[in-house]
Design a protein around this ligand. Sequence first.
Ligand code: CA
Length: 259
Amino acid sequence: MRKFLVYLIIFGGIVGLPAFSKTITGKIKKEENINTNRIYDVENNTPIEGAIVRLPSKKYSAITNKQGTFKLETKINAPTIMSVEKDGYKPFSMSLSENNKNPIIVGIEKTSPNDIIIETDMIHLGDNSFSINSAHANDFSLNAIGSVFSKEFIINPLKENETATLIIGSIIGIDTMQARTLKQSNVKTAYSSPPEIFCNGHKIAEIKINGDNQKINIPKSILSKNRLVNISIKTGKNLFKNDLDFDDIEFTNILLEIK
Ligand SMILES: [Ca+2]
């Protein structure tokens, strides 16, 4: 199966793939639509009407019209998460930067019968206490639900040739050493341990940097015994403080893909 990111084309933007732009614009009217944000179906390259485009941190939403286009009539002053929802399609999200002045053209993919959508709300983990220099601090608007997110659901037993992949649509706010090296976090005096991902009590990954569509392979041995699956995400903590200070992070669109 194809991956979301392949279809994410931002002209001159985050994913600079000029070769793609021709294919995409070939189907739309020339001049007038070139500078327009647009959501389309990746399978047949047709516009999607009625998709909801949200900037949760700004409590802003817009709905695509017949041509699949939408306007973002709000200022983006700091990196923020944009999500796209439409019935029958996999939830999609991406981090927009404040410098993003180019049209946003996103292809979304129909859900397959085995996909399990674990969470589409924006979740804030931590303790609501963070430095203004921490990664994406300007973008936080929600209250923390605690330091751990946890969900349980039932899956069909995996067939021999099937694999399970956990996809984290977007995650921001991580203040690890690696995030600091990448200048995602500007905290000079400290850093945190990475958020940890657990499946049925087994740690399956640590997330060291902020970003979109992070994929985690779930070892089959963890899933084989039980149809009941628990996924937990535990945020990190400040490694330079004696008192407990959880790293405040936000994420959305957690999906389990079985194929
Ligand atoms: Ca904190």
